[in-house]
Design a protein around this ligand. Structure first.
Ligand SMILES: Cc1ncc(COP(=O)(O)O)c(C=O)c1O
Length: 397
């Protein structure tokens, strides 16, 4: 048996998760690509060095900043999971990947349209870094297609999407918004961290560049920071250029850890999605809960879109408490025994986080209506234990 380099696009996603990037020339006789720690790459002759410098092709030894087989194997595995991708660039965090994607597309004088429920640091990048670089951002409600169309008609270089959106998980009709963007000559970028390519094939649904925080599902064990951006031929070249210009690089140790997490991502996501739906459905029945925000739920306004476009989900969703006491969400979080309190998500262990999504919105109404709310990342514990823990904690409302 050999590993899975090259073109294995005909295989099912679960098989590609296992085989991706494991080229025999990178793994040698072992299963996983070894950790190639390198700054200097050595050449047999100076002529060989000069040829390598001019070449700058993927998978060519040159210098540590362009990676070595450990990073190449991870990038290739991610590319093989993303239908329509010509390549993947790795970044030291999800936020760095978002910055790389934006800088690959935008230049001074351009206008960006950004979904109003984008991850808060993505918003801050637009209102901070991009503003300083002379890029103007307009936030929009992704469900208000008429206004979105009018904004596109007024001229935009790019559109930033995230589906479902951060903190309250409103779904977006990504194929429609991406098609409209293309009609108006705008590039569509999407943060696909929630679903991963296993749950949503972003490029196949019309997006041009897809970013993901690998710190979440790919790492899967809450011990890694990394990000990726994948694209078809044209935008992959731009991503690769900007990452080299910025000197973005990930360590081979981290790349090996990410690749190790990736191999089990499919089964973790399936289990966490199943458990999250069970917990969310139970929360819907609780008198202390005013609303649950989770597109996996048949009652959710975004469920039909999720069913139409997505092939999977994850363990992340949120809910609002039936209380007007702002301190109630912290009391619930403190009372939980099986959920850690902390940022990030997608690890094997469950997390709870009091949230105030209203403070990160400019145009969309916040569905919590200002009520105290919590975000849950459901891990791999038995959902019955998590539900019992939540039942005890909700007595604090
Ligand atoms: C939707 C989303 N995108 C991107 C990121 C950023 O990823 P990282 O923490 O790896 O920088 C996060 C982190 O929480 C996130 O929730």
């Amino acid at each position: 048996m050999s590993g899975g380099g090259g073109d294995e696009k005909h295989l099912k996603p679960a098989t590609r998760v296992v085989r991706g990037g494991r080229r025999p020339e990178w793994t040698g006789p072992v299963v996983n690509p070894p950790v190639w720690r390198a700054s200097t790459h050595l050449y047999q002759t100076d002529a060989e060095r000069q040829a390598a410098g001019g070449n700058n092709a993927d998978g060519q030894f040159f210098y540590g900043r362009r990676g070595a087989p450990t990073q190449w194997a991870l990038a290739e595995a991610l590319t093989q999971l993303e239908p329509g991708a010509a390549g993947t660039v790795l970044f030291p965090s999800g936020v760095a990947a978002i910055a790389g994607a934006m800088l690959a597309v935008l230049k001074p004088g351009d206008r960006l349209l950004m979904t109003d429920n984008a991850y808060d640091p993505t918003r801050s990048m637009a209102t901070g870094l991009l503003t300083r670089l002379g890029v103007e951002t307009t936030f929009f409600d992704p469900r208000d297609v008429d206004t979105y169309r009018a904004l596109l008609s007024a001229g935009a270089k790019a559109v930033w999407l995230e589906a479902p959106g951060s903190l309250t998980f409103e779904m977006t009709d990504v194929p429609l918004l991406a098609a409209l963007a293309r009609e108006h000559g705008a590039v569509t970028l999407v943060d696909n961290t929630w679903a991963s390519p296993l749950g949503f094939a972003a490029l196949e649904h019309g997006c041009d560049i897809v970013t993901m925080s690998l710190s979440k599902h790919v790492g899967g064990h809450s011990d890694l920071m990394m990000g990726s951006a994948s694209a078809g031929k044209r935008w992959y070249a731009a991503l690769r250029r900007v990452s080299q210009e910025l000197g973005q690089v990930v360590s081979p140790d981290d790349a090996a850890l990410a690749a190790r997490g990736l191999r089990t991502m499919g089964v973790r996501l399936e289990a966490q999605t199943r458990a999250a739906l069970q917990v969310a459905q139970w929360l819907e029945t609780r008198p202390q809960v005013a609303a649950v925000f989770c597109p996996l739920l048949p009652s959710d306004a975004g469920h039909a879109l999720w069913q139409r476009d997505f092939t999977g989900g994850c363990g992340l969703f949120s809910f609002a408490l039936a209380s007007d006491d702002p301190a109630a969400s912290a009391r619930v979080a403190d009372a939980l025994a099986l959920f850690g309190i902390g940022y990030s998500w997608g690890g094997y262990e469950s997390l709870a986080l009091p949230i105030s999504p209203g403070s990160y919105r400019s145009v969309m109404p916040c569905p919590t209506g200002g009520a105290p709310a919590l975000r849950l990342s459901i891990g791999l514990e038995d959902p019955a234990d998590l539900i019992a823990d939540l039942a005890r904690a909700l007595e604090q409302v």
